[in-house]
Design a protein around this ligand. Structure first.
Ligand code: XMP
Length: 327
């Protein structure tokens, strides 16, 4: 018997557009056969895997795919907007957009424990997804962006697409068209499907989003400082040609203030910490030697453009002992 979760040895590494086109054609046929005229539900985070699955299924079954994008208020600047632009406007997808910012931030108010924060974010995500699934009466399938490392490392449980926690009466048949692919292959398939570069080559972003970078109890002002400083960092890395050369980079805003002075007045504002790392597998990382003028430019821009910030730092810590994220 064929094990559907085992990559056949004869399967080629998908590293060219021609191989990707062939893979897409095969999967389109397979999905059409599996789904027929019924509907498929997908939690579309905007990450590489769920975006590629969405684009593939749109090609196979068009509006029979119902995408749900939950904005938990912890997305990076412009990310939810990009999901709507690409999928609703350009690919004409059946997309339900839920701005659940207030719901998440209200639940997270005053919660400082990192593990409790993670649980609240994951749990609330499943509840919102479940509510939407219950509103749709004619859906039989759930599509997931499971990829091969998920199967190898965690028995197919996709931590950051965590809709595996749905209640018993909402158990759908699964559609997992990229489950035998490695990440680099998913990206090649995404490009062949016409997804924008910024989406296909997106750096890793944790499921709890900016929530793990706004340390301690999340407040809206600190979250705004985090989102703006992160956007500045990404813009300047892009301009310096570092996007794609540095593996992961972002800012962190911790929950303590330090003294500063502005217009002759003493104040207490937040620091912004820059984190940039290079790695192969995220298990051990090194910190790149960034050009001094770039660090200075980012610092100047953050201090001038982001309210409530009086200090910018560069985290030089390797993993181990420091992890990539701060929480
Ligand atoms: P750490 O911080 O453990 O991170 O060195 C290793 C990689 O995993 C990402 N990360 C997460 N991804 N949910 C995720 O989906 C999480 O809770 C989570 N925590 C860390 C991190 O961004 C890095 O790429």
């Amino acid at each position: 018997m064929i094990d559907e979760n085992k990559r056949p040895e004869s399967m080629p590494r998908i590293n060219t557009e021609a191989l990707a086109d062939q893979f897409i054609a095969e999967q389109v046929e397979k999905v059409k056969k599996q789904v027929g005229s019924r509907k498929v539900l997908l939690a579309l985070s905007g990450g590489v895997d769920s975006s590629v699955v969405a684009a593939l299924l749109i090609r196979a079954i068009g509006k029979q795919l119902v995408c749900v994008h939950v904005n938990h208020g912890l997305m990076r600047k412009g990310e939810s907007e990009q999901v709507i632009k690409v999928f609703r406007d350009e690919l004409n997808a059946n997309l339900i957009y839920i701005d659940a910012t207030d719901r998440f931030l209200d639940k997270l108010a005053g919660v400082a424990d990192p593990e409790v924060k993670r649980k609240i974010i994951g749990g609330e995500f499943i509840r919102i997804f479940e509510e939407e699934a219950r509103k749709l009466t004619d859906v039989d399938f759930l599509a997931q962006g499971t990829i091969y490392p998920d199967i190898l490392e965690s028995h197919g449980v996709k931590a950051h697409h965590n809709v595996g926690g749905l209640p018993e009466d909402l158990k759908f048949e699964l559609v997992e068209p990229v489950k035998l692919l490695f990440k680099d292959e998913v990206r090649v398939v995404g490009s062949a499907l016409g997804l924008p570069d910024g989406m296909v080559n997106r750096q890793p972003f944790p499921g709890p989003g900016l929530g793990v970078r706004c340390t301690g109890a999340i407040t809206r002002d600190r979250l705004a400082a985090l989102r703006e400083s992160d956007a500045i960092l990404r813009e300047e890395f892009d301009r310096a040609g570092l996007t794609g050369k540095v593996w992961q980079f972002f800012t962190v805003v911790p929950d303590y203030r330090s003294t500063g002075v502005r217009n002759g007045k003493r104040l207490f504002d937040w620091p912004v910490i820059i984190r940039a790392v290079n790695t192969v597998d995220a298990m051990s990382v090194t910190v790149p030697e960034l050009p001094w003028p770039l660090l200075k430019k980012i610092t100047d821009r953050i201090l001038a453009e982001v309210p409530g910030v009086c200090r910018v730092l560069y985290d030089l810590s390797p993993k181990a002992p420091a992890t990539i994220e701060w929480e």
